[in-house]
Design a protein around this ligand. Structure first.
Ligand code: ATP
Length: 393
């Protein structure tokens, strides 16, 4: 799937516009990347990447999101130069980097396990790369101190890594990666070792830091919430391929296929066949014979194709089926009975049994007593705006 041709990234305060210039050179371009690892003792190899095409814009916070083993780390390692691709090309700021060793690429990597030198103090750790590049000691230390300010760790310069908390160590690793101002910072699950609360706090901080320094971030995570909250754009990967690239709201609201809809957030899937297509809409005939309309999101779907109608639980609403007036015109509906009710504080999840399977409805508890509105066994009508339903392959 060709996902090149990234849309222009949203303008951020304080950043200059490209002023109608032709599309700016992307920070990173991946063209037809394939990576095959040999199998053990000549056995069948692993195709870790199966044709990755993507552009990362200058100054963008770009997330590679996908389940374990989908090829995120391999992609990052190829950009960094730790691995060579089997086929394909990598350009950094328009320059092909084939054969350029990692330390000569304008990129730096932050790993989950920090990889700090235990015998050096924080300042030495952060200034190490500059010293290796023969930057005079005083200048290297001044720049390291500045980088420590940036990651909000100015007081810890003389401490050893063992005297720091996990969050502080990760800040040191970040400072060390930022100190020589790389064009692109590659981050491989950098918050993975932190507890949930610290992780959430660091997510916000990291996103702010990226805006402040304006360096392109390519961020690997398997945590969809992390990818959605932090990134300008997300690439959703599975089995060495990119399924969709887009801003968080787009991949969430308009998934291109069943994998994306399922991997990001929670989705109800109703299986059926595409009965008719008109414009961007499709009518799906469910196994019960019922026909429902949704927006066709996957490419190349023909009438008669096996499809899935995908709808997020929070887009669904419940209405009692007690003879009173039902939901208004133009809404899609499905009848069923409440099977289970889960009270979750902010909202309530209802499992509704219909002729086409169980549908999950998530309703916000806007006022007291709302959660008790429906009980197990109640006959209900589930309804939604058809614009919120996606017809997917
Ligand atoms: P995780 O989230 O678990 O780190 P990932 O998405 O980063 O996963 P990769 O580490 O890129 O996935 O691995 C992609 C595939 O390539 C996996 O099947 C993995 O087992 C395989 N793989 C990665 N590195 C090697 C290697 N050096 N030799 C053989 N196979 C490898």
């Amino acid at each position: 799937m060709n996902v090149a041709g990234a849309p222009p990234r949203p303008e951020r305060p304080g950043q200059g516009s490209t002023d109608g210039a032709a599309r700016a050179t992307p920070a990173v371009e991946l063209r037809g990347l394939v990576k095959e690892f040999p199998g053990p003792s000549g056995g069948e190899g692993v195709r870790a990447l199966d044709g990755i095409d993507v552009d990362v814009s200058e100054g963008e916070f770009f997330a590679l999101l996908g389940p374990s083993g989908c090829g995120k780390t391999t992609t990052l390692r190829i950009i960094a130069g730790f691995e060579a691709p089997t086929a394909g090309e990598i350009l950094i700021r328009g320059r092909p980097v084939q054969g350029v060793p990692p330390f000569h690429r304008p990129v730096n990597t932050v790993f989950q396990d920090y990889a700090l030198f235990p015998h050096m103090n924080v300042l030495q750790n952060v200034s190490f790369g500059l010293r290796m590049a023969h930057v005079p000691r005083a200048e290297a230390e001044a720049r390291a101190a500045e980088a420590l300010e940036m990651v909000r760790l100015p007081g810890a310069a003389r401490r050893k890594p063992a005297q720091l908390s996990g969050g502080q160590r990760q800040r040191v690793a970040l400072a060390r990666a930022l100190v020589n101002r790389p064009s692109v910072l590659l981050l491989d699950e950098p918050l993975g070792a932190l507890d949930l609360k610290l992780r959430k706090a660091m997510q916000l901080e990291l996103a702010q830091l990226q805006q402040q320094v304006g360096i392109t971030f390519v961020y690997v995570t398997h945590d969809q919430e992390e990818a959605l909250t932090m990134s300008d754009r997300v690439a959703v990967m599975s089995e060495g391929r990119i399924h969709q690239v887009g801003p968080p709201a787009e991949v969430y609201e308009r998934p291109r296929d069943g994998f994306v809809a399922d991997f990001i957030g929670e989705t109800n899937f109703l299986d059926g066949t595409l009965d008719a297509r008109e414009g961007g809409r499709g009518r799906v005939r469910l196994s019960s014979g019922r026909k429902l309309v949704g927006e066709v999101r996957s490419d190349g779907l023909e009438t008669g194709a096996a499809v899935r109608l995908a709808i997020r639980p929070e887009k669904l609403a419940l209405h009692p089926r007690d003879g009173h007036a039902g939901p208004g015109d133009g809404l899609a509906r499905l009848d069923g009975a409440v099977e289970r009710v889960h009270y979750l504080g902010t909202d309530t999840r209802y499992h509704v049994r219909t002729d086409d399977g169980v549908v999950i409805v998530r309703a916000q508890n806007r006022h007291e007593g709302f959660a008790d509105a429906f009980r197990a066994g109640d006959p209900v009508r589930v309804h939604w705006d058809p614009r919120h339903a996606s017809v997917l392959r």
